[in-house]
Design a protein around this ligand. Sequence first.
Ligand code: UN1
Length: 500
Amino acid sequence: MTTTGTKTFKNFIGGEWVDAVSGDTFESRSPATGEPIGLFPKSGAEDVDRAVRAAQAAYEDWRLEPAPKRGEILMRFARVLEREKEALTDLMTREMGKVKAEAGGDVQEAIDMTYYMAGEGRRMWGQTTPSELRDKFNMSVRVPVGVVGAITPWNFPIAIPSWKLAPALVCGNTVVLKPAEDTPLLAERFVELLEESGLPAGVVNIVHGYGETAGDALVRHPGVPIITFTGSRETGVAVTKAAADNLKHVHLELGGKNAIIVLEDADVDLAVEGILWSAFGTSGQRCTAASRVIAHEKIYDALQSKLVAAAERLRLGPGWDDETDVGPVINKAAIEKSHAYTKIGSDEGARLLTGGEIATEGDLGNGFFYRPTIFGDVDAQMRIAQEEIFGPTTALIKVRDFDEAIRVSNGIKYGLSSSIYTRDVNKAFRAMRDLVAGITYVNAGTTGAEVHLPFGGTKDTGNGHREAGQAALDVFTEWKSIYVDYSGKLQRAQIDNAAG
Ligand code: UN1
């Protein structure tokens, strides 16, 4: 058992565990039962400033530590995460609410990412190229950016910090982490385990608190040249504006309104499994969740009845219970949002096929449980088919052919994940080409990205960056081009090499 009741936790700044300057705290509670998880410092601008100074001081030495050595620390961290996988999984079912299998997957994603980035310590390739002049050597190398301000969400409370911190650290940056206020204990454990793995003081600092105060101070701090943020579109816009005065690098991973297309030749049973997993896994609280299903009219009815029947078999309950299929949503605001969209969908004329209710039977009433909700006869322009709900609600949209399916899938402001079920290889390849999204799955749901491929989206899902894979290195480094002239005389590019 890793729950800690009403213990008070601290920020981690410059290698010391410290309270917020104000002494104020906020509470983390389990969304499944309301049980207290712990008290955390409610930090403000002064705490952030201290953390940034500590990270700046640590940067001077950390950037000089050879990248393979930085990688070795990550290698140790990956092993520590493996050792702690079960405890972190259990804690995640309590603090965040997702079910055990998914919580284990979240931790495993961090383990995978950390191993992957540890190896990057011995790669981190740049380029060498010929020079246009004699006796001159050209290369470009990756250099760290400086202090990274990382603002992480609650839905992948261990995986997403690893997506940001593992590449940031191996590249030679130092970090101030402001984790989501809904999952502070998981973030605190993450940093504690990093410290145990041998990270020097000040290289990673954690400042707990709310977005409007601690997060905002981090985004505006002139000592932080780069911000990496995962969260809502609305906050992403605010982050971009706040960072603009200092021309910061901004990496954003924002919303999604991802669709699964099911064509007439698809394996419908396989599609139903994929939809259930993508729509109701993590109670729909994934950026990659399938909140739309676009079904060909020939299989629409069969798909709808199988899907509704399967959704009604899903068991709600606390994540740590082996019987549970769907855990709670994160907090009161989340359950209210899901319920508000049920009303919006019904008012718009969509047909509520199942769910649409807050579950209160037995002990469920102590937590935030929302029944898996499916709307049928949804028009692609309805709000429930356009806006991100971030809860266990999905919308079935009927289409006449492949072209309409692609048009509907693309007809939203986001572009994170996409999916198509078909056995027609020509249509599969057309979909791979024409779906406007950062991720496309063929014959699989919209979730389940692997750590060594780029993760991120087009349009309003972000600002063109990708995390994970090699793409993460582009976020956390800058390119430096180096020219070494060993001719012993003045040689002028573009002038001394002119033809003739
Ligand atoms: C998210 O939805 O916030 O591909 C991240 C997936 C996970 C990560 C999702 N590996 O669904």
